[in-house]
Design a protein around this ligand. Sequence first.
Ligand code: ACO
Length: 328
Amino acid sequence: MSSSMSFARIVGTGSALPPKLVTNDDLAADMATRQIETSDQWIVERTGIRQRYIAERGFKTSTLATQAAQRALADAGVDASEVDLIILATSTPDFVFPSTACLVQANLGNKGAAAFDVQAVCSGFVYALTTAECFIRAGKARCALVIGAEVFSSILDWNDRGTCVLFGDGAGAVVLKGSDTPGILASELHADGSQTHILAAAGNVAYGQVTGDPFLRMDGQAVFKQAVTVLDRSARSVVAQAGLTLADLDWMIPHQANLRILTFLARKLDVPLEKVVITVDQHANTSAASVPLALDVARRDGRVQAGQLVLLQGVGGGFTWGSVLVRM
Ligand code: ACO
């Protein structure tokens, strides 16, 4: 295949949420039945989260991912048969194998595209998007579907009030195509594997049973500090790579973990908070889904417009982080 396309461009977005909305008050009432105290006031003050969507038991990540992918394809005006690469970021796959990307491929009726999952927790979408960009720029793919999808509620300890209030379920997707004009202007990915202990779900299925701890555990304050530090550094770095400045940004879409992280980050970068897309109040932290979900919401409500400069940023367990600078 000869390829004159030197860039990769986002040509469509989509997202999906499970039907069940759970407010902070709903959560507090449910936890009270187990003698665990929390409140809407505590959650809003510390995190900015007001509600989240939670999948019913048995509801699969592939189902959310397929819905988001179908909406992104419809938005792009691209038929599923045109897709030649599917990369799906998740920490809550349907199965040990096959990959959730393959399950989505079957749901979409696509045959023959390369399909695989990426595991970088809350940085997963930024990792997947950068990987897809490399395939397209190398002429190895022309039309990629990049998805972040999670049923994160399945790995939460609902008796641990320090973590269970922070997360929700959802999915977001983009269609990425080869283009003569950019597109993705710059990107970078990083990890520090020595920080695994501050955020992990350190369990697995082996020998027919759960081994280790099947639930997410987190040192909240350590994660907070790391997140702000690496997001700040990475934002400056990718903007400089593209020969631009932070003042050129129309929007920042950082991983939606916590409103206080977003506020601190904007202040450190001297970017007005009005330029930060905030959806964490509506969806809580949906891990790999958070960035594409926020991007899709902000495009559909008219905030993010064609031609604008948008910085997408992920940060999460691993510890992992990365940034992608995009001309929409
Ligand atoms: N409701 C009521 N009280 C609570 C709750 C709750 N849901 N959770 C914790 N508390 C209590 C604690 O037990 C503690 O009580 P104590 O003082 O009697 O021991 C008190 O609140 C303070 O607890 P801290 O953990 O010190 O609270 P902190 O101010 O650090 O806030 C939080 C916790 C919100 C998790 C904060 O550390 C944070 O935002 N960290 C960032 C982590 C994050 O967003 N992670 C997302 C996943 S990582 C990622 O996506 C990159």
